[in-house]
Design a protein around this ligand. Structure first.
Ligand SMILES: *Cc1c(COP(=O)(O)O)cnc(C)c1O
Length: 402
């Protein structure tokens, strides 16, 4: 990896854009165009042949999207990035790129539901198998490697139980066994965790979440440590499968990304305040937060994450009925999946994000019917606590009836 990097706080505002070539526009212009006109036939020929730089067609690259890609490259500490139309388009692109029929993908014990769904399709259609294993020690990772394993695909912290994957252990095994490592860094954002700097080959994000932060874009980003390889992926899997990001979504993302560091600090500060409140609640049975002293892998969390993040999961007394009653009793806090928005969001994994997981598997993953996941937003924490207090009070009598 090359040279000195801009600080994240500066890169999210300036990297990859110079107003000089853009009518002095302070803000990156929105190039809402599908194609580009060539000065003459020969220039068109040269661009297609790769002999000269320049735009061809927006599925192959767009100036607005490119600025976002350069910013993401810088803040993740990579050498190239590609923007996609959704987080899942980024996930599918990298898995299609890294695997062929008969290969094996080793995954962390929990992965995003649709990633799990995609791996199921790949297994059924192409015989590409996978295993989901706990990765809290090097031995656990090592033991699960098979002769056909080509890559290790992890998420950390794992949704919604906040179990940690020991990234250093994963990298050590991958280096020994010559395996590629992909990390879904959506839950942390580049402000809290940089797996490429720890040795991962690829980092991806659902840009829908913290990167955008405003709940108005669905998008994905893939960052890699080798610029030629990223260009190759751009001109093969991304171009031919086609899950690109629209210029307008890139433009909105550039706006959202400018405040990533400011937002993340507040998400974390608010999460800490809410965490302290939840710890005092008689109706809260268990709390899952990476930086919580009671977390079984708090040591790993502090080693690889700069702060604990903005997500808290917790179990409330009772079961599904009580959990649903609790959600229904909230008013400021919205019932919604997704995360990383300004609005505080709450969801019930057993019936929402993880409803497709068979009950037995869900239980084995630690997802009980009374578990709820809170994405702490940017509101005043006192207002959040007031809303939560009211909801606990409303659910309490129901519990006493049992
Ligand atoms: C939301 C999410 C995805 C999928 O991203 P989309 O933008 O919804 O396609 C992947 N991984 C994680 C961890 C997510 O939270």
């Amino acid at each position: 990896m090359t040279g000195k990097r801009m600080h994240l706080e500066t890169a999210v505002i300036h990297k990859g854009y110079d107003s000089a070539g853009h009518q002095d526009s302070l803000v990156t212009p929105l190039y809402q165009t599908s194609t580009y006109s060539f000065a003459n036939a020969e220039q068109g020929e040269d661009r297609f042949a790769g002999r000269c730089e320049g735009n061809i067609y927006s599925r192959l690259g767009n100036p607005t999207v490119r600025v976002l890609e350069e910013r993401m490259t810088e803040i993740e500490g990579g050498e190239g990035a590609l923007a996609f139309g959704s987080g899942m388009a980024a996930v599918s692109a990298i898995l299609i790129y890294l695997t062929k029929a008969g290969d094996h993908v080793l995954c962390s014990r929990g992965i995003y539901g649709c990633t799990y769904g995609l791996l199921g399709i790949m297994e059924e259609k192409y015989g590409i198998t996978h295993d989901l294993v706990s990765m809290t020690t090097e031995q656990e990772v090592e033991r699960a490697i098979r002769p056909e394993t080509v890559c290790i695909y992890v998420e950390t912290p794992i949704n919604p139980t906040m179990e940690l994957v020991d990234l250093e252990a994963v990298m050590a095994v991958a280096r020994r066994r010559n395996l590629r490592v992909v990390v879904d860094n959506t839950f942390c954002s580049p402000y809290l965790q940089n797996p490429l700097r720890m040795g991962a080959d690829f980092v991806l994000h659902s840009a829908t979440k913290y990167l955008n932060g405003h709940g108005d874009v669905v998008g994905g980003i893939l960052v890699g440590r080798d610029s030629e390889e990223m260009q190759h992926i751009r001109m093969t899997v991304q171009k031919d499968v086609g899950g690109i990001m629209s210029p307008f979504d890139a433009w909105l993302l550039l706006r959202g990304l400018k405040t990533l560091h400011v937002r993340m600090d507040r998400h974390v500060a608010n999460a800490k305040t809410v965490l302290s409140f939840l710890e005092q609640q008689a109706m809260v049975e268990k709390i899952y937060y990476p930086y919580d002293d009671g977390h079984p892998q708090v040591r790993i969390a502090k080693q690889q994450m700069r702060q604990g993040g903005g997500l808290i999961s917790f179990e409330i007394s009772g079961g599904k009925k009580e959990a649903q009653a609790f959600l229904n009793a909230l008013s400021l806090i919205k019932i919604a999946v997704s995360l990383g928005d300004a609005e505080t969001l709450i969801q019930h994994p057993a019936t929402m994000t993880h409803a497709v997981v068979p009950e037995e598997k869900r239980k084995a993953m630690g997802i009980s019917d009374s578990l709820v996941r809170l994405s702490v937003g940017l509101e005043h924490p006192d207002d959040l606590i007031e809303d939560l207090t009211k909801a606990f009070e409303q659910v309490k009598p129901k519990l006493q009836e049992i």
